[in-house]
Design a protein around this ligand. Structure first.
Ligand code: NAD
Length: 356
C-alpha cells in the first residue's frame, strides 16, 4: 500500500562508470572552477596527485591531511589552505573522512565540492556534516555541504582492502535499511533502497572472492550511490543513532561498528516494520532480514562482535544510558523506559551472537 508522502530531491550531478575519472576536466569546467584544491588522506596522496596532474593549471594544490571524524583543527587548516591558495572549488578524493573535510570547507566558504568516492560510506550524497572539537562530534545539515558533482569511478575502489570493502558495503546497506522504515520514507526511496541493498549484497561476496572483480566493484559503487541517496533524502533511526553513540563516545571504527550493530537494530525494529523487513530480506535473498545481515557480515569475514572491534564490556551500561538519553524518532519508540531492551541489544552485539 502506498503511504502518503512528501519528497524533495537534492540538486546534484552524478557521473558513473569505470574510467569516468577521465571526465574530470569537463566536470570542473561545468562548475566554472579555475583553481581546485584537491583533498585526500595521507595514504591516498597518489590518487590526489593523479587528479592534480589531470587538472594542470586548474589545480591550486593538494591538502593531504584528511582524518576520521573531521577534527576542527584539520578543518581550520584546510580552510586556511583553500583561502591562501585562492581555491574556487574543492575536490575530495577518498572515503567519508575526505568528503567530510570537503564539507567542512564548503560550510565555511560555500565553495563547491566535487567528490570522487573511493569507499562505500555514501557521505557524498548527503547534506549532513560532522565536526569534532575537544573529543565531541557535532553533526548538522546544510545544503551548502552537498557535493555539486560526484564522479563514481569503480576503478578507484579496486584497491580498497577486502575487509574494509565488506564493512563499508554493509555501512551502505545500513543507510538503505533504515531508510525503509524512516519517518519520512517514500516510495521512490524504497525502490532505491531495495536495489541498493541487492547490488551491495551481490557485490560483497564477489569482492571477497576476487578483490579486482570489476563487475563486483561496479555493483558495489552503484549500491553506494543508491544507499547514500536514501541516507541523504530520508531520516535515520535507532541504528544510526547507536552507531553515532558507539563511534563517537567509545572511539570505535566507523564501518565496523555499523556492521556489528545493524542486524541487532534491524531485529529490534522488525516487529513494527514488517514491510521494510520484507524488502530487506528480498534484496538479500534470505528469509530473515536481521539474520541475513548477520550472515552477510560473518560469512564474509567481518567482525560481528563489539568486543572484537575495541569495545569494553564495562562500557555497555554507559552506552545504553547515552543511547536513550536524547529522545529521537524510531518506528519502535526509544526512551528511558526502553533502556533495558537497548542494554540487552548491546550485550548481544558485544558478544557477537545472532540477533533475536
Ligand atoms: P575513511 O574515509 O576514513 O577511509 C578509511 C581508510 O581507507 C582511510 O585510511 C583511507 O585513506 C583508506 N581508503 C579509502 N579509500 C581507499 C581505497 N580505494 N583504497 C585504499 N585505501 C582507501 O572511511 P569511510 O568509512 O569511508 O568514512 C568514515 C567517515 O565518514 C566517518 O567519519 C563517518 O562519520 C563519515 N560519514 C559521513 C556521512 C555523512 O553523510 N555525513 C555518511 C557516511 C560516513
Amino acid at each position: 500500500m502506498i503511504r502518503d508522502f512528501s519528497y524533495t530531491s537534492l540538486p546534484q550531478r552524478v557521473v558513473f562508470g569505470a574510467g569516468s575519472l577521465q571526465h574530470l576536466g569537463r566536470e570542473i569546467d561545468a562548475l566554472r572552477a579555475r583553481r581546485a584544491l584537491v583533498l585526500c588522506t595521507p595514504g591516498q596522496r597518489d590518487k590526489a596527485e593523479r587528479v592534480a596532474a589531470m587538472l594542470g593549471a586548474q589545480a591550486a594544490g593538494i591538502f593531504d591531511g584528511a582524518v576520521m571524524h573531521v577534527p576542527i583543527e584539520t578543518a581550520r587548516d584546510a580552510r586556511q589552505a583553500a583561502h591562501n591558495l585562492g581555491a574556487d572549488c574543492a575536490i575530495a578524493i577518498g572515503g567519508g573522512s575526505t568528503v567530510g573535510l570537503g564539507k567542512a570547507i564548503a560550510l565555511d566558504s560555500g565553495l563547491p565540492i566535487l567528490a570522487i568516492p573511493t569507499t562505500y560510506a555514501g557521505s557524498e550524497m548527503t547534506p549532513f556534516y560532522g565536526l569534532t572539537e575537544a573529543g565531541l562530534k557535532t553533526t548538522g545539515k546544510d545544503a551548502r555541504v552537498l557535493p555539486r558533482t560526484v564522479i563514481y569511478d569503480p576503478e578507484l575502489s579496486r584497491g580498497l582492502p577486502v575487509a574494509l570493502s565488506v564493512t563499508s558495503g554493509i555501512n551502505a546497506i545500513a543507510h538503505a535499511a533504515e531508510g525503509l522504515y524512516a519517518q519520512d520514507a517514500n516510495p521512490v526511496m524504497d525502490l532505491m533502497a531495495e536495489q541498493g541493498i541487492a547490488a551491495m549484497a551481490r557485490a560483497i561476496p564477489a569482492i571477497r572472492r576476487d578483490s579486482g572483480d570489476m563487475q563486483a566493484r561496479t555493483d558495489a559503487l552503484y549500491g553506494t550511490w543508491l544507499c547514500g541517496t536514501v541516507l541523504g533524502c530520508v531520516g535515520i533511526a535507532l541504528h544510526h543513532k547507536l552507531c553515532h553513540t558507539l563511534g563517537g563516545s567509545f572511539n570505535l571504527p566507523h564501518s565496523e561498528v555499523h556492521t556489528v550493530v545493524l542486524p541487532h537494530a534491524i531485529a529490534f525494529n522488525a516487529g513494527v516494520a514488517p514491510q521494510a523487513m520484507e524488502v530487506i530480506a528480498r534484496a538479500l535473498g534470505t528469509p530473515s532480514a536481521a539474520l541475513g545481515l548477520y550472515a552477510l557480515a560473518k560469512d564474509n569475514g567481518a567482525a560481528v562482535a563489539l568486543r572484537d572491534i575495541g569495545m569494553r564490556e564495562q562500557d555497555l551500561d554507559r552506552a545504553a544510558d547515552l543511547a536513550v538519553s536524547n529522545p529521537y524518532w524510531n518506528p519502535r519508540p526509544i526512551g528511558p523506559a526502553e533502556r533495558g531492551l537497548i542494554r540487552d541489544l548491546l550485550q548481544r552485539a558485544w558478544g557477537g551472537v545472532p540477533p533475536v
